[in-house]
Structures are given as C-alpha cells and as structure tokens.
Design a protein around this ligand. Structure first.
Ligand code: XUL
Ligand code: CO
Length: 436
C-alpha cells in the first residue's frame, strides 16, 4: 500500500510561515466566540472526490496518479483505499468524512453481491474509524450512476428503479448507523426532468416524498437517530432538478410533512448554478430553521457548470461563517469539502494543498466574521435601518394590532409616509472590506 509516505501530520505554523504544507490560519484548538475552531467547522472529506475522483471530463479520461489503486477495482482494492483515505485524513487533521455506498465499495452484479461488497468495506471503515477517531458526518447512496437510474430513482417512471433505490437506501441507512454516522443526505441525482412533455411531474414529486417518508420510517425502525439532509441543486445532470434551491426544497418538505425530519445540506456551487449566492441560500435556510450542513466548494463563474473547486475565496468563507455564527453554528452538520482537485493537479500531494487551502480560507473567514460581529458596526446599522418597526405603527403591525382600516386612518392623519433612509450599500461594503 502506497499512501502519502512523504507527508507527516500537517501543523499550524501561523501567518509568518511560508510552508505550503502547513496551516497558516486553521489552528484547531484556537477559540473563537467561545468555541474551538475545529468545533465551528467540523470539516469533512468527501470520499467520492478525494478518493475516487479520476480527473476525467467530457473531453478526456482521468489523469490522476494514485499509486495505491490496483489496475482492476476489487473489494480488496477498496479496503486498501480506505486505509489510504484514513491516512490522508489523519495527516490532514480532519475529524469527519462522508461517502456514497458505491464510492467506498464496488457495485456487484446483483443487489446481494453489492451488499456483500459494502459489508466487507464497512468492516475496514469501522476499524479505521476506531483507530483514528475520525467519524462519519453523513452517509448517502449513489442513485444516479447505474443505467437503471437514467430517468431518476425515486422519480423514475419505472417502478423497479424506485424499488431498487429503496433497497439501496435501506442498506445505506443500516451501514450509516453501523458506522455511527451523524446524518444521511439525499441529493437528487437524476430526480428531475429533461422534457415536461414526457413527464408527469406531480406523480414524480409525490413519489419522491413517499421515498423520503419510507427512509424516515425505516430510520426510526432501526433506531438510526442521525439528521436527514436534502441537498439543493437546480440542474445537472437533468435540466431541472426537483431539489432546485433552498426555497424549493423547504416547500417540498413542508408540502409533504417531512420538515421535522429533514434539514438542508447546502452547497456553494449549487447555489450559484441556481442563480443565487451561497450567502442567500444559507441565510434563507437558516432563517427557516432548516440549515443542517454545508457542502463547501465553489464554482468558476466563467465555466458555468458544477466545477466543485476547493473554496479559496475569503469573501465567500466570511459570508458563510458570518451566517453560521449568527444562527449559532452547526449542531449535527459540518463543512464537507464536496470539492475536487482540478484535472491538471494530478499528484497525490495536490490533495493536501487543496484541503489545506480550503481549511485555511474558512479559518480566515471565521476570524473575519467574528471581528465584524465583535465591533457590532453591522449590527448597529441593521438595527437603525429597521428602527421604524420598534415602536409606533411598526410595532403595532408586528404585534398584530393593525389592519388595513387602522393603517388607512393613520396615513390619512399623517398625510404621507415619513422619509425613507439611504441603504448605504457602498458604505457597508467598504466596512466589510476593512476587516478582510
Ligand atoms: C452532486 C453532489 C453530490 C452530493 C451527494 O453535485 O453535490 O456529491 O453532495 O450525493
Ligand atoms: Co454536494
């Protein structure tokens, strides 16, 4: 087994260090707003990208050099890969990981064979978790790669595809529980459509709800108490995914009575594909009490697809950490690097550079967001902006004591509304820049 013999545990060396294989801002035990950095972030490695990413794109095959991979994938190779993966996470100092059933173990010819393969690999995952104390943030099932899912899984017009997906999620829930997983994520895969003329959208979305309900019921039956997450993404692979953005997901969950069981796992690159900012998506979910976890990455605005790059934009990480601090941080979720090294970064060491950069960018974002909050300048501006709601007519409206007739009477007496104030957008942007 060849892992990363040339790398030892990545250390925090501070801002004066120029060592690229060191943290310059992420100091896991440093306390910010009364909590250790590592507990703010709960960083997680995405097994599918970090251990399975090949670097292939529509124009060419994989480029990654991974000396530990055998020529033909097998259960033995998958078990060996798990050990390399845990060596990587241990050296990086990341406390969590996430996986799909089919990233960790090869799919067999039948469901029974696939389940046996998964069981064999789960045994090694469990050993490695015990050895390293690295834990499972969430598990999930791949319901999109196999051709049986070409029209979707839970929303397929083929009932057998639904049934197979159900069996797969049943098993994935069992192994997630077995591994002490803290959550389970539904990302829509191919749950969406390419063409409304051949699609019964109502029936498909009803089926998706039935599917999630079955998962929630089965989790209760086996005593899996982890948090369920639903991950918004507007398109890709289908042109319209049913889990298109935070608002659509929350509406779906509420419409089918699933909101008590499922929160959102929000991904930055998916937010921008939806034509929103990540800031918007997490604020929207958090204000509804539905922000569960985050898939940390970002996209390239010039490319316009889900490039899943490692997040290095400090403005973005500041916005994310500011919202997280505002809403009290994660309870079950974490920051999962659903991000891949680019096709041209093909050496194993690039995996370290990528994750170190992401972790440092979030550490900077946290420090900046905490400084902004400490000074209270933004808070004061917001308070001032909404001052008219704190007393008088505003307080009456918020308190439910007003109606159209009392408001008309008030305005007839006033003659006109009090003058509005400047939004001060440029000034506020400048204030944020003072902390960067
Ligand atoms: C796909 C994506 C998935 C989910 C898990 O765009 O983000 O990897 O996070 O299925
Ligand atoms: Co994701």
């Amino acid at each position: 087994m060849a892992g990363f013999p040339e790398v030892s545990r990545i250390q925090f060396e501070g801002t004066t260090s120029k060592n690229p294989l060191a943290f310059h801002h992420y100091d896991e035990d440093a306390v910010v707003e009364g909590k250790k950095m590592k507990d703010h972030f709960r960083f997680s490695v995405a097994y599918w990208h970090t251990m399975r990413g090949t670097g292939s794109d529509p124009f060419g095959p994989g480029t990654m050099i991974r000396p530990w991979e055998a020529a033909v994938d097998s259960v033995e190779n998958a078990c060996n890969r798990v050990r390399v993966g845990f060596e990587f996470m241990e050296k990086l100092g990341v406390p969590y990981y996430c996986f799909h059933d089919r990233d960790v173990s090869p799919e067999g010819k039948t469901l029974a064979e696939s389940n046996r393969n998964l069981d064999a690999v789960v045994k090694v995952l469990k050993e490695e978790q015990q050895r390293t104390d690295i834990r499972l943030l969430w598990g999930t099932a791949n319901l999109f790669s196999n051709r049986r899912y070409m029209h979707g899984a839970a929303t397929s017009p083929n009932a057998d595809s639904f049934a197979f997906a159900a069996a797969q999620v049943k098993k994935a829930l069992e192994v997630t529980k077995e591994l002490g997983g803290q959550g389970y994520t539904f990302w829509g895969g191919r749950e969406g459509y390419f063409n409304l003329w051949n699609t019964d959208m109502k029936r498909e979305i009803d089926h998706l709800a039935v599917f999630m309900r079955m998962a929630v019921d089965y989790a209760r039956e086996i005593g899996f108490t982890g948090q369920f997450y639903f991950e918004p993404k507007p398109k890709e692979p289908t042109k319209h995914q049913y889990d298109s953005d935070s608002a659509a997901c929350i509406n779906f969950l509420r419409a089918y009575g699933l909101e008590k069981h499922v929160k959102l796992n929000i991904e930055a690159n998916h937010a921008t594909l939806a034509g929103h900012s990540m800031h918007h998506e997490i604020e929207y979910a958090a204000m509804q009490g539905m922000l569960g976890s985050i898939d940390a990455n970002y996209g390239d605005l010039l490319l316009g697809w889900d490039t899943d790059q490692f997040p290095t934009d400090i403005y973005l990480t500041t916005q994310i950490m500011h919202t997280l601090l505002k809403y009290g941080g994660f309870s079950t979720g974490g920051l999962n690097f659903d991000a891949k090294v680019r096709r041209e970064s093909f050496e194993p060491i690039d995996l370290f550079h990528a994750h170190i950069g992401g972790m440092d960018a979030f550490a900077r974002g946290l420090k900046i967001a905490a400084a902004i909050r400490k000074d209270g300048a933004l808070g004061k501006l917001l308070q001032e902006r909404y001052r008219s709601w704190d007393s008088g007519i505003g307080a009456e409206i918020e308190g439910g004591q007003a109606n159209f007739k009392t408001l008309e009477k008030y305005m007839l007496e006033q003659g006109d509304a009090a003058p509005v104030s400047s939004g001060r957008q440029e000034m506020i942007e400048n204030i944020i820049n003072m902390y960067l």
